[in-house]
Design a binder for this molecule. Structure first.
Ligand code: SAM
Length: 281
């Protein structure tokens, strides 16, 4: 198969890191599917990964565990529906003990979804709950596809996860995406997202991170304010605490003694009242 975009190719970088993490005796999670995805991936993969590795080493494992815990907390507290935007080769619907009646919807570019479904079909692996994969471009009218082509229920609370993609989209795309998410969310819905600030964009473009950061198109310096304007009550995770809680040292890319003001934000939000813009398409 052909991988057309660098951003879809990055799904493999994360899978490789999850595979490596799963092999550790002190692993933060176990993702058995990561190995199968990597094995079925494009042959020029290893070159790209070795370019990314010095920057992202340790980061992706900690990020995965952080958002795993976030998701389990939300679903265990009764949120029945999960939407993972830009799911890539994320296998949470297969490897996390989600409540059996949870419904998970995963959205990514059609080429990535086709690849993933093909590998999963060959393995015959069963998810821990119902999962629906949707091939759609987040810069286009994905809400229409989600609402009209799947069993997504806009009358119940949703946990939305947006990990590893916002920097690859433009500011305008991200604003529209957040408005769409708000519009599809009932009160008591939750959202978790990862984004970067402008200082890390400058920092990464100069250092070994330039391979990753050269594809970034957006950054946000005030994530709480930004999400607030889109209707979400946001808090930013203290990553040093996250690392300490799982007994890991802070990855270099998160260590401000090394990166200055550069930040990779891990944000979790609850849907507020009727604030923020609510465009109709
Ligand atoms: N969230 C996943 C994870 O953490 O494993 C994947 C992260 S990967 C770095 C970025 C993902 O964003 C890729 O799977 C890519 O295909 C997806 N992506 C990038 N641009 C997209 C777009 N315009 N619409 C849908 N998905 C997109």
């Amino acid at each position: 198969m052909t991988w057309n975009t660098q951003s879809s190719f990055t799904a493999f970088t994360v899978a490789v890191e999850r595979q490596l993490e799963s092999q550790r005796s002190d692993r933060l999670f176990r993702d058995d599917l990561a190995e199968a995805f990597v094995a079925a991936g494009p042959s020029h993969l290893s070159a790209s990964i070795s370019e990314h590795a010095p920057v992202m080493s340790g980061y992706l494992a900690l990020r995965t565990r952080h958002f795993d815990d976030w998701l389990l907390e939300r679903t265990n507290s009764g949120i029945p529906q999960v939407v993972i935007l830009a799911a890539g080769l994320d296998a949470r619907a297969y490897r996390l003990p989600l409540p059996a009646d949870t419904r998970v919807f995963e959205i990514d570019l059609p080429e990535v979804v086709a690849f993933k479904e093909n590998v999963l079909a060959q393995l015959g692996t069963e998810p821990t709950c119902a999962v629906t994969m949707v091939g759609a471009d987040l810069r286009e009218d994905w809400p229409n596809t989600l609402v009209n082509s799947t069993s997504f229920d806009r009358t119940v609370a949703t946990a939305w996860l947006v990990e590893g993609v916002l920097p690859y989209l433009s500011d305008a795309d991200n604003d529209r995406l957040l408005d769409d998410v708000f519009r599809l969310s009932t009160p008591h819905s939750h959202l978790a997202a990862e984004h970067v600030n402008s200082a890390i964009t400058r920092f990464a473009k100069e250092g070994p991170g330039r391979v990753v950061a050269s594809h970034w198109k957006s950054a946000v310096d005030d994530p709480v304010g930004w999400l607030g304007r889109h209707g979400w009550l946001a808090t930013v995770a203290d990553q040093a605490t996250v690392a300490r809680e799982v007994d890991r040292s802070l990855p270099a890319v998160l260590d401000q003694a090394k990166t200055g003001n550069a930040r990779l934000w891990w944000i979790s939000c609850e849907r507020g009242g009727e604030v923020g813009s609510r465009p109709t398409r």
